[in-house]
Design a binder for this molecule. Structure first.
Ligand code: UN1
Length: 485
């Protein structure tokens, strides 16, 4: 059944008068998951106005009370994990098990931030002057524009919206227009949980709506996850207006497998990192670096397992990898593979389109490419699909140097049983998230998430780092009067 796309403005669910937005099942594009009129630029104004009107009362609501709304929403989200996880798989294309896992993860994130009232709210410093203390208090920024990508349709929105709200901000949210259904589910959960009107506004629309939102003078901060090109434009627009922006962007994440690795573990984790979510994670493993002693054995095994992955309809229980999000994505990834071949890469497995029933969906086969010494775009540019580029290294030092051979620095994985090498990786690999003996993707809500180098702009996300972005500080020089004699 096709769901109707509506928008949430000032506590009202309204239909849109913009161009029709159609969300299709990427495994079976003839199936329309959700459809409805998109938002118009005029709706952006209404939503930002509503968020501004709601801001003062929400900021004045005790943090514990704001957290209680998030906790109630977490219960609703958890209670719908099976149903919404299936919808997520049908709308986005990751497997049902991953979809259910993601919905549960969104609930976990909401629950984590629901407890923010129980955590430290600021700092206190000694004063050089008698009778004085110096406090650093935290205040909300105001209205936050939240712009989220397709690949985690409920978890990434939760990890931006939950901290924005608990720290007392109001929100205007524009999700990727390819995943409106899951956006509606999260917004419904929050309103049913008791969020006051105007505190969260949801607009489903195209890039023009996103542009109008980031340029609106009523917005006080922008948080974005998505492509590097768009992230930089958003950060530039924010800088021009003098408002803070947080942009979480691309990755070209390496898995480094050293000769002494636990091979079975490394194999399992590299496969998960590369092909879960069809490789559509900014933290996915898209480069594999293997040292000479095990390279032949390991690369063969990766290819064998990749070729054996069951690729199909993500709502089928047996499926291990679903399609990519859209026909455009499918074409870009296929073009990337073709360019790699032209530049001298050898396709070890995958690479070719499906000619069976899957030809109707946006499927890309799990693909492993081996690179020689020359330059190859597939080594440097994010393809955002199930494609891994392999390079061999003579030894661990060269392997770590290759891991750093990227403009990006989001995440990396290192597989070794040698503590000294693991510590060397911690010291030398320049990334925001490093996994030792686990896949390059994955993030817990209570610790910072974000990239080094060109992967991110602005403060990191999650955990205590989220507070740095979603609040500003007031330093209070607190002195009493003269004691009454
Ligand atoms: C994860 O690795 O589980 O867009 C989360 C992304 C990241 C989130 C990754 N911002 O893929």
């Amino acid at each position: 059944m096709t769901a109707a796309i509506t928008h949430l403005i000032a506590g009202q669910w309204v239909s849109g008068n913009g161009e029709t937005v159609v969300s299709r099942n990427p495994a079976r594009p003839d199936i329309v998951v959700a459809e409805g009129g998109g938002a118009l630029v005029a709706d952006v104004d209404a939503a930002v106005t509503a968020a501004n009107e709601a801001a003062t009362a929400w900021a004045a609501t005790p943090m514990h009370q704001r957290g209680a709304v998030l906790l109630a929403a977490a219960e609703i989200v958890d209670g719908h994990a099976a149903a919404w996880g299936r919808e997520l798989a049908a709308e986005e294309g990751k497997t049902k098990a991953e979809g259910i896992g993601e919905v549960r993860r969104a609930a976990q994130i909401l629950r984590y931030y629901s407890n923010e009232g129980d955590r430290q709210a600021g700092d206190i410093y000694a004063s050089p002057r008698a009778g004085e203390q110096i406090l650093v208090t935290r205040k909300p920024l105001g209205v936050v524009a939240v712009i989220t990508p397709f690949n985690f349709p409920i978890a990434i929105p939760a990890w931006k919206i939950a901290p924005a709200l608990v720290f007392g901000n109001t929100v205007v949210w524009k999700p990727a227009s390819t995943v409106p259904l899951l956006a509606l589910r999260l917004a419904e959960a929050l309103t049913t949980a008791g969020l006051p009107a105007g505190v969260l506004n949801l607009l489903v629309g195209d890039a023009e709506v996103g542009d109008a939102l980031v340029r609106h003078s009523g917005i006080d901060a922008i948080t974005f996850t998505g492509s590097t090109a768009v992230g930089r434009r958003i950060a530039a627009a924010a800088a021009a207006r003098g408002i803070p922006a947080q942009a979480e962007m691309g990755g070209k994440n390496a898995a480094v497998v050293l000769d002494d690795a636990d091979v079975d573990l490394a194999l399992e984790q590299v496969l998960l990192g590369a092909f879960r979510s069809t490789g559509q994670k900014c933290t996915a493993t898209s480069r594999l670096i293997v040292t000479a002693g095990i390279a032949d054995r390991f690369v063969d095994a990766v290819c064998e397992r990749a070729a054996a992955l069951r690729v199909g309809d993500p709502t089928d229980d047996a499926t291990e990898m679903g399609p990519v999000i859209s026909s455009t994505a499918q074409q870009n990834i296929s073009a990337g593979i073709a360019t790699a071949s032209d530049q001298g890469a050898t396709v070890l497995t995958g690479g070719a389109p499906y000619s069976d029933a899957r030809a109707d969906g946006y499927f890309v086969a799990p693909t492993v490419l081996e690179l020689g010494g020359g330059d190859a775009d597939v080594w440097t540019e994010e393809l955002f699909g199930p494609v891994v580029a392999v390079k061999r290294a003579a030894d661990a030092d060269e392997a770590f140097a290759l891991a750093n051979d990227s403009e990006f620095g989001l995440s990396a994985a290192v597989f070794t049983q040698d503590l000294t090498r693991a510590l060397q990786a911690v010291e030398t690999i320049d990334v925001g998230v490093l996994h030792v003996n686990s896949e390059s993707a994955g993030a817990d809500p209570h610790v910072p998430f974000g990239g080094a180098k060109k992967s991110g702009l602005g403060p990191k996300e999650q955990g205590a780092a989220a507070r740095d972005f979603f609040t500003h500080t007031t330093t209070v020089y607190l002195r009493g009067g003269r004691p009454v004699a």
